[in-house]
Design a protein around this ligand. Structure first.
Ligand SMILES: [Zn+2]
Length: 207
């Protein structure tokens, strides 16, 4: 990637600019991340409010020796972190880089056969190791089936839009005339405006 550094950086800038110009803020992945951060704040405020009321009752022991006044807030914070994942606000960044490694992820998924019998199968989930321009390795876990297997190969330069699921290949030719959906990885006909699979706006039209 070093020889094409300027080119890839410019390409990355174009992709991000195009994404922002075509996709309204409310449809972007980052909106959901901001929303979950807000939900986490609301969660904390609501519980803090009720805690203040509870501890102001006469018969409640609010002494520093009472372990409950530490345990309950800690549990509630942990649940909140697990539910809303608020720290994503600080970690979801756009970057570009080269795929250095594609690893299989062992994950079983529940499926139904025709006879409605439940069985477990290996999910086609891969972990992409993407090295950005500063040499830092990012990991991105994606579900890869069909044509996508040929697209996400080592030495491919991709742009990752932080809050979206699928990295975008800088080399447009890999998509063979189709439009990639950043949300579900579906490859769509260029005449379509939205992804047939998840209804998300496709935005790489002019690219
Ligand atoms: Zn889609």
């Amino acid at each position: 990637m070093n020889s094409n550094y300027e080119y890839e950086r410019e390409k990355h800038r174009q992709i991000i600019a195009l994404y922002k110009s075509r996709i309204p803020y409310f449809s972007r992945g980052i909106f959901k991340v901001h929303l979950s951060f807000l939900a986490f704040i609301v969660w904390c405020v609501v519980w803090a409010e009720s805690a203040v009321r509870y501890y102001s009752l006469d018969y409640v022991d609010f002494s520093p020796m009472n372990p409950r006044i530490y345990i309950f807030p800690a549990i509630l914070l942990l649940i909140g972190f697990h539910l809303f994942k608020p720290l994503r606000v600080f970690t979801e960044k756009n970057y570009y880089g080269v795929i250095t490694q594609v690893k299989n992820v062992k994950k079983l998924v529940k499926s139904h056969s025709a006879g409605r019998r439940v069985f477990y199968a290996n999910a086609p989930v891969r972990k992409l190791y993407i090295m950005d321009s500063s040499g830092k390795i990012h990991k991105k876990t994606v579900r890869i089936t069909g044509t996508l297997t040929h697209i996400y190969q080592p030495n491919t330069v991709v742009t990752v839009i932080g809050a979206e699921s699928y990295p975008l290949c800088h080399d447009k030719a890999r998509y063979m005339g189709k439009l990639p959906c950043v949300n579900c990885g579906n490859l769509e006909k260029p005449s379509y405006n939205r992804c047939f699979n998840c209804r998300k706006l496709l935005w790489t039209k002019e690219n």
